[in-house]
Design a binder for this molecule. Structure first.
Ligand SMILES: Nc1ncnc2c1ncn2[C@@H]1O[C@H](COP(=O)(O)OP(=O)(O)OP(=O)(O)O)[C@@H](O)[C@H]1O
Ligand SMILES: [Mg+2]
Length: 363
Protein backbone atom coordinates (compact mmCIF):
# COMPACT_ATOMS: atom_id res chain seq x y z
CA UNK A 1 0.00 0.00 0.00
CA UNK A 2 1.41 3.40 -0.89
CA UNK A 3 2.25 5.89 1.85
CA UNK A 4 -0.32 8.61 2.41
CA UNK A 5 0.69 11.97 0.99
CA UNK A 6 1.68 14.41 3.69
CA UNK A 7 0.90 18.11 3.20
CA UNK A 8 4.61 18.92 2.87
CA UNK A 9 5.11 16.35 0.07
CA UNK A 10 3.69 18.65 -2.54
CA UNK A 11 5.90 21.47 -1.28
CA UNK A 12 8.96 19.29 -1.88
CA UNK A 13 7.69 18.17 -5.29
CA UNK A 14 7.05 21.77 -6.29
CA UNK A 15 10.53 22.80 -5.10
CA UNK A 16 9.11 25.42 -2.77
CA UNK A 17 11.71 25.74 -0.02
CA UNK A 18 10.92 27.35 3.33
CA UNK A 19 9.36 26.58 6.67
CA UNK A 20 8.60 30.07 7.97
CA UNK A 21 5.05 30.61 9.23
CA UNK A 22 4.61 33.38 6.68
CA UNK A 23 5.46 31.09 3.75
CA UNK A 24 3.57 28.05 5.07
CA UNK A 25 0.43 30.15 5.48
CA UNK A 26 0.62 30.93 1.77
CA UNK A 27 1.64 27.48 0.62
CA UNK A 28 -0.63 25.25 2.69
CA UNK A 29 -3.72 26.27 0.73
CA UNK A 30 -2.25 25.46 -2.68
CA UNK A 31 -3.57 21.86 -2.88
CA UNK A 32 -7.11 23.12 -2.18
CA UNK A 33 -6.74 25.90 -4.76
CA UNK A 34 -5.50 23.32 -7.27
CA UNK A 35 -8.77 21.38 -6.96
CA UNK A 36 -10.74 24.36 -8.26
CA UNK A 37 -10.88 26.00 -11.68
CA UNK A 38 -11.50 29.51 -10.37
CA UNK A 39 -9.13 32.44 -10.82
CA UNK A 40 -6.11 32.94 -8.58
CA UNK A 41 -4.32 36.19 -7.83
CA UNK A 42 -0.79 35.86 -6.49
CA UNK A 43 0.65 39.03 -4.98
CA UNK A 44 4.17 39.66 -3.78
CA UNK A 45 7.23 41.76 -4.46
CA UNK A 46 9.46 40.95 -7.38
CA UNK A 47 11.32 37.66 -6.97
CA UNK A 48 9.17 36.24 -4.14
CA UNK A 49 8.22 33.12 -6.12
CA UNK A 50 4.93 34.04 -7.78
CA UNK A 51 5.62 32.06 -10.94
CA UNK A 52 6.94 29.10 -8.96
CA UNK A 53 3.69 29.02 -6.99
CA UNK A 54 1.59 29.40 -10.15
CA UNK A 55 3.37 26.40 -11.65
CA UNK A 56 2.86 24.45 -8.43
CA UNK A 57 -0.89 25.07 -8.58
CA UNK A 58 -0.94 23.89 -12.19
CA UNK A 59 1.08 20.74 -11.57
CA UNK A 60 -0.99 19.84 -8.53
CA UNK A 61 -4.20 20.12 -10.53
CA UNK A 62 -5.88 17.80 -13.01
CA UNK A 63 -4.65 20.18 -15.67
CA UNK A 64 -1.08 19.00 -15.11
CA UNK A 65 -0.89 16.88 -18.30
CA UNK A 66 -1.81 19.96 -20.35
CA UNK A 67 0.06 23.18 -21.03
CA UNK A 68 1.16 25.82 -18.54
CA UNK A 69 1.55 29.00 -20.59
CA UNK A 70 2.95 32.23 -19.17
CA UNK A 71 2.69 35.74 -20.55
CA UNK A 72 4.09 38.97 -19.23
CA UNK A 73 1.23 41.41 -19.65
CA UNK A 74 3.51 44.42 -19.21
CA UNK A 75 5.91 43.54 -21.98
CA UNK A 76 3.74 43.85 -25.11
CA UNK A 77 1.84 46.74 -26.70
CA UNK A 78 -1.92 46.30 -27.11
CA UNK A 79 -1.91 45.09 -30.72
CA UNK A 80 0.72 42.45 -30.19
CA UNK A 81 -0.81 41.36 -26.91
CA UNK A 82 -4.14 40.68 -28.62
CA UNK A 83 -2.50 38.54 -31.23
CA UNK A 84 -0.46 36.80 -28.53
CA UNK A 85 -3.61 36.02 -26.52
CA UNK A 86 -6.10 35.21 -29.25
CA UNK A 87 -3.95 34.19 -32.20
CA UNK A 88 -4.59 35.28 -35.77
CA UNK A 89 -5.77 34.06 -39.11
CA UNK A 90 -3.52 34.22 -42.16
CA UNK A 91 -3.53 37.77 -43.51
CA UNK A 92 -5.19 39.22 -40.40
CA UNK A 93 -2.58 41.98 -40.43
CA UNK A 94 0.55 42.89 -42.36
CA UNK A 95 3.11 40.20 -41.72
CA UNK A 96 0.57 37.54 -40.66
CA UNK A 97 1.77 35.05 -43.25
CA UNK A 98 0.29 32.01 -41.57
CA UNK A 99 -2.49 31.20 -39.16
CA UNK A 100 -1.30 31.03 -35.60
CA UNK A 101 -2.93 29.88 -32.37
CA UNK A 102 -2.71 32.27 -29.45
CA UNK A 103 -2.03 31.50 -25.81
CA UNK A 104 -5.71 31.04 -24.99
CA UNK A 105 -5.99 28.22 -27.54
CA UNK A 106 -2.64 26.71 -26.59
CA UNK A 107 -3.57 26.67 -22.91
CA UNK A 108 -6.81 24.77 -23.58
CA UNK A 109 -7.39 22.37 -20.63
CA UNK A 110 -4.27 23.83 -19.05
CA UNK A 111 -3.33 27.04 -17.24
CA UNK A 112 -2.54 30.55 -18.46
CA UNK A 113 -0.35 32.58 -16.14
CA UNK A 114 -0.85 36.34 -16.48
CA UNK A 115 2.28 37.88 -15.06
CA UNK A 116 2.19 41.61 -14.19
CA UNK A 117 -1.56 41.55 -14.70
CA UNK A 118 -1.77 45.09 -13.30
CA UNK A 119 -0.19 46.35 -16.56
CA UNK A 120 -3.01 45.08 -18.80
CA UNK A 121 -4.52 47.85 -20.91
CA UNK A 122 -8.26 48.52 -20.68
CA UNK A 123 -8.79 47.00 -24.12
CA UNK A 124 -7.00 43.81 -23.20
CA UNK A 125 -8.96 43.65 -19.94
CA UNK A 126 -12.27 43.75 -21.84
CA UNK A 127 -11.18 41.00 -24.20
CA UNK A 128 -9.93 38.78 -21.42
CA UNK A 129 -13.06 39.19 -19.36
CA UNK A 130 -15.02 37.51 -22.12
CA UNK A 131 -12.79 34.42 -21.99
CA UNK A 132 -13.02 34.26 -18.24
CA UNK A 133 -16.81 34.62 -18.28
CA UNK A 134 -17.85 32.22 -21.00
CA UNK A 135 -14.64 30.59 -22.21
CA UNK A 136 -15.21 32.09 -25.67
CA UNK A 137 -12.84 34.12 -27.83
CA UNK A 138 -12.21 35.18 -31.38
CA UNK A 139 -8.99 34.92 -33.34
CA UNK A 140 -7.78 38.15 -34.98
CA UNK A 141 -9.07 38.23 -38.53
CA UNK A 142 -11.88 35.74 -37.86
CA UNK A 143 -15.54 36.14 -37.04
CA UNK A 144 -15.91 32.60 -35.76
CA UNK A 145 -16.06 32.10 -32.02
CA UNK A 146 -13.84 29.49 -30.49
CA UNK A 147 -13.89 27.93 -27.06
CA UNK A 148 -11.06 27.26 -24.70
CA UNK A 149 -11.12 25.80 -21.23
CA UNK A 150 -8.38 27.76 -19.50
CA UNK A 151 -7.59 28.25 -15.87
CA UNK A 152 -6.26 31.73 -15.16
CA UNK A 153 -3.65 32.51 -12.56
CA UNK A 154 -2.58 36.15 -12.34
CA UNK A 155 0.34 37.77 -10.56
CA UNK A 156 1.06 41.30 -9.51
CA UNK A 157 3.91 43.12 -7.77
CA UNK A 158 1.58 45.76 -6.40
CA UNK A 159 -1.68 45.70 -4.49
CA UNK A 160 -4.57 45.40 -6.92
CA UNK A 161 -7.42 46.78 -4.83
CA UNK A 162 -6.23 50.41 -4.89
CA UNK A 163 -5.79 50.08 -8.66
CA UNK A 164 -9.39 48.88 -8.97
CA UNK A 165 -10.59 51.70 -6.73
CA UNK A 166 -8.79 54.28 -8.82
CA UNK A 167 -10.34 52.90 -12.03
CA UNK A 168 -7.06 51.50 -13.42
CA UNK A 169 -8.33 47.94 -13.41
CA UNK A 170 -11.81 46.62 -14.19
CA UNK A 171 -13.65 45.53 -11.10
CA UNK A 172 -15.45 42.66 -12.86
CA UNK A 173 -12.17 41.21 -14.15
CA UNK A 174 -10.53 41.69 -10.76
CA UNK A 175 -13.24 39.72 -8.96
CA UNK A 176 -12.97 36.89 -11.47
CA UNK A 177 -9.22 36.73 -11.04
CA UNK A 178 -9.11 36.93 -7.27
CA UNK A 179 -11.45 34.14 -6.23
CA UNK A 180 -8.36 32.84 -4.47
CA UNK A 181 -5.54 35.09 -3.38
CA UNK A 182 -2.06 34.05 -2.35
CA UNK A 183 0.27 36.57 -0.75
CA UNK A 184 3.96 35.78 -0.87
CA UNK A 185 5.84 37.62 1.87
CA UNK A 186 9.15 39.34 1.08
CA UNK A 187 12.26 37.45 2.10
CA UNK A 188 13.20 40.03 4.75
CA UNK A 189 10.02 39.03 6.62
CA UNK A 190 10.94 35.35 6.64
CA UNK A 191 14.59 35.48 7.57
CA UNK A 192 14.66 31.89 8.80
CA UNK A 193 14.04 30.76 5.22
CA UNK A 194 17.22 32.46 3.97
CA UNK A 195 19.79 29.79 4.86
CA UNK A 196 17.63 26.80 3.78
CA UNK A 197 17.06 28.60 0.46
CA UNK A 198 20.77 29.34 0.11
CA UNK A 199 21.60 25.66 0.72
CA UNK A 200 18.94 24.69 -1.82
CA UNK A 201 20.51 26.95 -4.45
CA UNK A 202 23.99 25.62 -3.60
CA UNK A 203 22.74 22.14 -4.48
CA UNK A 204 20.65 23.28 -7.43
CA UNK A 205 23.45 25.18 -9.16
CA UNK A 206 26.46 23.10 -8.11
CA UNK A 207 28.46 22.66 -11.35
CA UNK A 208 29.53 19.13 -10.43
CA UNK A 209 27.10 16.89 -8.70
CA UNK A 210 28.44 15.50 -5.46
CA UNK A 211 30.93 18.31 -4.84
CA UNK A 212 29.59 20.16 -1.84
CA UNK A 213 30.19 23.89 -1.53
CA UNK A 214 29.92 25.67 1.77
CA UNK A 215 29.03 29.13 2.97
CA UNK A 216 31.50 30.61 5.44
CA UNK A 217 29.98 31.60 8.82
CA UNK A 218 30.48 35.27 7.95
CA UNK A 219 28.60 34.80 4.68
CA UNK A 220 25.76 33.03 6.49
CA UNK A 221 25.46 35.96 8.83
CA UNK A 222 25.60 38.49 5.99
CA UNK A 223 22.90 36.63 4.05
CA UNK A 224 20.65 36.64 7.11
CA UNK A 225 21.10 40.31 7.86
CA UNK A 226 20.81 41.63 4.29
CA UNK A 227 17.38 43.04 3.35
CA UNK A 228 17.05 41.33 -0.09
CA UNK A 229 15.13 43.96 -2.10
CA UNK A 230 15.19 41.51 -5.05
CA UNK A 231 13.99 38.71 -2.76
CA UNK A 232 14.62 35.07 -3.65
CA UNK A 233 15.75 35.77 -7.18
CA UNK A 234 18.48 38.06 -5.82
CA UNK A 235 19.49 35.40 -3.28
CA UNK A 236 19.65 32.77 -6.02
CA UNK A 237 21.84 35.00 -8.21
CA UNK A 238 24.09 35.76 -5.24
CA UNK A 239 24.63 32.06 -4.58
CA UNK A 240 25.33 31.38 -8.27
CA UNK A 241 27.97 34.15 -8.14
CA UNK A 242 29.50 32.59 -5.05
CA UNK A 243 29.58 29.11 -6.60
CA UNK A 244 31.60 30.30 -9.58
CA UNK A 245 33.83 32.89 -7.91
CA UNK A 246 34.94 31.06 -4.77
CA UNK A 247 38.45 29.63 -4.63
CA UNK A 248 38.42 26.66 -2.31
CA UNK A 249 34.87 25.36 -1.99
CA UNK A 250 33.93 27.82 0.75
CA UNK A 251 32.05 30.92 -0.34
CA UNK A 252 33.40 34.08 1.31
CA UNK A 253 32.01 37.63 1.43
CA UNK A 254 34.23 38.88 -1.37
CA UNK A 255 32.96 36.10 -3.68
CA UNK A 256 29.38 37.31 -3.45
CA UNK A 257 30.00 41.04 -3.22
CA UNK A 258 28.07 41.52 0.00
CA UNK A 259 29.32 43.37 3.05
CA UNK A 260 28.53 42.53 6.61
CA UNK A 261 26.62 45.33 8.34
CA UNK A 262 27.98 46.48 11.72
CA UNK A 263 24.86 45.19 13.43
CA UNK A 264 25.65 41.66 12.25
CA UNK A 265 29.34 41.67 13.16
CA UNK A 266 28.71 40.78 16.78
CA UNK A 267 26.72 37.78 15.71
CA UNK A 268 29.52 36.30 13.69
CA UNK A 269 31.38 33.83 15.76
CA UNK A 270 34.74 33.27 14.21
CA UNK A 271 35.56 29.77 15.39
CA UNK A 272 38.82 29.49 17.27
CA UNK A 273 40.63 26.24 17.92
CA UNK A 274 39.17 23.97 20.57
CA UNK A 275 42.32 24.39 22.66
CA UNK A 276 42.13 28.20 22.57
CA UNK A 277 38.38 28.23 23.31
CA UNK A 278 38.86 25.84 26.24
CA UNK A 279 41.70 27.88 27.70
CA UNK A 280 39.56 31.02 27.49
CA UNK A 281 36.69 29.30 29.32
CA UNK A 282 38.98 27.85 32.01
CA UNK A 283 40.60 31.22 32.66
CA UNK A 284 37.24 32.93 32.97
CA UNK A 285 36.16 30.30 35.47
CA UNK A 286 39.37 30.51 37.50
CA UNK A 287 39.24 34.30 37.74
CA UNK A 288 35.63 34.27 38.90
CA UNK A 289 36.10 31.39 41.33
CA UNK A 290 39.25 32.76 42.96
CA UNK A 291 37.76 36.22 43.36
CA UNK A 292 34.77 34.83 45.23
CA UNK A 293 36.90 32.39 47.21
CA UNK A 294 39.22 35.07 48.53
CA UNK A 295 36.39 37.40 49.36
CA UNK A 296 34.69 34.62 51.28
CA UNK A 297 37.88 33.99 53.28
CA UNK A 298 38.77 37.65 53.66
CA UNK A 299 42.11 37.27 51.93
CA UNK A 300 43.23 34.39 54.08
CA UNK A 301 45.11 32.14 51.68
CA UNK A 302 45.50 29.23 54.11
CA UNK A 303 41.81 29.14 54.85
CA UNK A 304 40.91 29.60 51.20
CA UNK A 305 43.30 26.82 50.10
CA UNK A 306 41.84 24.47 52.66
CA UNK A 307 38.27 25.26 51.64
CA UNK A 308 39.10 24.87 47.98
CA UNK A 309 41.01 21.64 48.52
CA UNK A 310 44.11 23.10 46.92
CA UNK A 311 47.72 23.25 47.88
CA UNK A 312 48.44 26.62 49.42
CA UNK A 313 51.38 27.36 47.14
CA UNK A 314 49.38 26.42 44.06
CA UNK A 315 46.61 28.76 45.11
CA UNK A 316 49.16 31.51 45.65
CA UNK A 317 50.49 30.99 42.14
CA UNK A 318 47.03 31.24 40.69
CA UNK A 319 46.27 34.41 42.60
CA UNK A 320 49.38 35.98 41.18
CA UNK A 321 48.49 34.88 37.65
CA UNK A 322 45.19 36.72 37.83
CA UNK A 323 46.69 39.65 39.71
CA UNK A 324 44.34 38.87 42.53
CA UNK A 325 47.16 39.12 45.01
CA UNK A 326 46.78 42.89 45.27
CA UNK A 327 43.02 42.64 45.46
CA UNK A 328 43.33 40.04 48.15
CA UNK A 329 45.65 42.36 50.01
CA UNK A 330 42.94 45.01 49.95
CA UNK A 331 40.35 42.55 51.18
CA UNK A 332 42.71 41.56 53.93
CA UNK A 333 43.44 45.18 54.79
CA UNK A 334 39.76 45.87 55.17
CA UNK A 335 39.52 42.75 57.32
CA UNK A 336 42.28 44.09 59.53
CA UNK A 337 40.57 47.44 59.64
CA UNK A 338 37.42 45.64 60.61
CA UNK A 339 39.34 44.07 63.47
CA UNK A 340 41.18 47.18 64.58
CA UNK A 341 38.73 47.76 67.32
CA UNK A 342 39.83 44.45 68.67
CA UNK A 343 43.49 45.26 69.11
CA UNK A 344 44.01 42.10 71.03
CA UNK A 345 42.84 39.94 68.19
CA UNK A 346 46.30 38.86 67.22
CA UNK A 347 45.04 35.72 65.69
CA UNK A 348 43.38 37.64 62.89
CA UNK A 349 46.57 39.52 62.27
CA UNK A 350 48.64 36.42 62.47
CA UNK A 351 46.51 34.76 59.88
CA UNK A 352 46.65 37.72 57.56
CA UNK A 353 50.27 38.75 57.95
CA UNK A 354 51.94 35.98 56.04
CA UNK A 355 49.81 36.87 53.12
CA UNK A 356 50.97 40.49 53.24
CA UNK A 357 54.50 39.32 53.49
CA UNK A 358 53.89 37.67 50.23
CA UNK A 359 54.98 34.28 51.32
CA UNK A 360 52.50 32.71 48.97
CA UNK A 361 54.17 34.33 46.00
CA UNK A 362 56.32 31.80 44.33
CA UNK A 363 59.12 32.85 42.04
N1 LIG B 1 10.26 29.23 -1.95
C1 LIG B 1 11.13 29.03 -2.97
N2 LIG B 1 11.89 27.93 -2.97
C2 LIG B 1 12.79 27.72 -3.95
N3 LIG B 1 13.00 28.56 -4.98
C3 LIG B 1 12.25 29.68 -5.03
C4 LIG B 1 11.28 29.96 -4.04
N4 LIG B 1 10.68 31.13 -4.34
C5 LIG B 1 11.27 31.55 -5.48
N5 LIG B 1 12.20 30.69 -5.90
C6 LIG B 1 13.08 30.83 -7.09
O1 LIG B 1 13.40 32.22 -7.18
C7 LIG B 1 13.39 32.65 -8.52
C8 LIG B 1 12.35 33.78 -8.65
O2 LIG B 1 11.05 33.24 -8.46
P1 LIG B 1 9.82 33.65 -9.40
O3 LIG B 1 10.27 33.86 -10.81
O4 LIG B 1 8.73 32.65 -9.19
O5 LIG B 1 9.49 35.05 -8.74
P2 LIG B 1 8.40 36.13 -9.16
O6 LIG B 1 7.69 36.51 -7.92
O7 LIG B 1 7.60 35.60 -10.29
O8 LIG B 1 9.32 37.32 -9.63
P3 LIG B 1 8.93 38.59 -10.60
O9 LIG B 1 7.92 39.40 -9.88
O10 LIG B 1 10.22 39.34 -10.72
O11 LIG B 1 8.44 38.01 -11.87
C9 LIG B 1 13.04 31.44 -9.35
O12 LIG B 1 14.23 30.83 -9.83
C10 LIG B 1 12.36 30.51 -8.38
O13 LIG B 1 12.51 29.15 -8.74
MG1 LIG C 1 7.55 36.34 -12.30
Amino acid sequence: MSRERRPEDFQIEAGIVGQSRALLRAVEKLPAIARSDAGVLICGESGTGKELVARAIHYLSERAPFAFMAVNCGSLPDGLLESEFFGHERGAFTGAHARRDGLIAQANRGTLFLDEVDSLTMKAQVNLLRVLQDKKFRCLGSTAERESNVRFIAASNRAMRPLVQSGGFREDLYYRLCVFTVFLPPLRERKNDILPLAEHFLRKHAPTKGIAMKLSPVVQSALESYEWPGNIRELENTIIRGIYLNHNGTIELEDIGLTLPDSAKDKVRVPQSFKAAKQEAVEAFEREYLGRLMLEHRGNVSHAARAAGKDRRDLGRLLKKYQLDTEVAEVRASAIHWNESDATNTQNRAIAMPFIDGEYIEP
